[in-house]
Design a protein around this ligand. Structure first.
Ligand SMILES: [Zn+2]
Ligand SMILES: [Zn+2]
Length: 221
């Protein structure tokens, strides 16, 4: 990967909702083609942000189907009829998202069904950028990480200094441990964009994240 590749990927962070979830607008700066990752809440705010940018939206990519990552999909799909991508193993969570929202007492609009399926190793094109799908289960069964062009969108697998919960229904601690091993094998300079909190890098997490540097271990259920 050349430095030119690194420069052309433009990532805008839009933090939304009660869970302070990070939605990311990823834009190919040469063609303005764009995707929105995890439009989790406040759909109208996200629509305005995309409308006020030069971005041409092509797809909605969902890292995993927890309620805080899917609540803004309906608004976006109404404004732009672009395909929704989700890994099939998170379909059950996707269908249960309204019930989750009721439990948490948060406003929620049911998303329309996904249009396309993510699969491990799938290559996604965004203008001149190529990104790859990594199936990374553990936090949820159909969680994916999308990486390439010097960036990795890791959803709730990995956070700056921490990792995703494994005490939720359908979570699996040993699976998350295996997924984190694959993620930490990405190039050290990769900029990591998590589902919550600050961006980081693979190098920084290998050094200081207790779950990646051997200090802490994920305890099985
Ligand atoms: Zn989650
Ligand atoms: Zn989340």
């Amino acid at each position: 990967m050349s430095r030119g590749d690194l420069r052309k990927v433009n990532v805008q962070t839009l933090t939304v909702g009660a869970f302070q979830e990070n939605s990311y607008l990823v834009v190919d700066d040469r063609t303005y083609r764009a995707v929105i990752i995890d439009p989790g809440s406040e759909g109208d705010k996200l629509v305005d942000a995309i409308d006020n940018s030069a971005a041409k939206l092509e797809a909605i990519w969902i890292t995993h189907a927890h309620v805080d990552h899917v609540g803004g999909i309906a608004s976006i799909k109404r404004r732009w009829d672009v395909p929704i991508y989700l890994h099939p193993l998170d379909r059950r969570l996707y269908q249960a998202a309204s019930r989750q929202a009721e439990v948490y007492g948060i406003p929620f609009e049911e998303p329309p069904p996904p249009d396309r399926e993510f699969a491990d190793g799938q290559v996604l094109k965004l203008g001149e950028i190529e990104l790859e799908v990594m199936h990374a289960p553990g936090h949820s069964p159909g969680h994916v990480v999308i990486h390439g062009g010097g960036i990795a969108l890791v959803g709730d697998c990995l956070f700056a200094g921490s990792i995703g919960r494994t005490d939720l229904p359908f979570s699996n601690p040993p699976q998350l441990a295996a997924s984190l091993e694959k993620i930490s094998a990405l190039a050290p300079e990769t900029v990591v964009y998590p589902g919550h909190g600050m961006e980081t890098t693979i190098a920084e997490e290998r050094l200081s994240n207790p779950f990646l540097n051997g200090t802490a271990r994920i305890v099985g259920r």
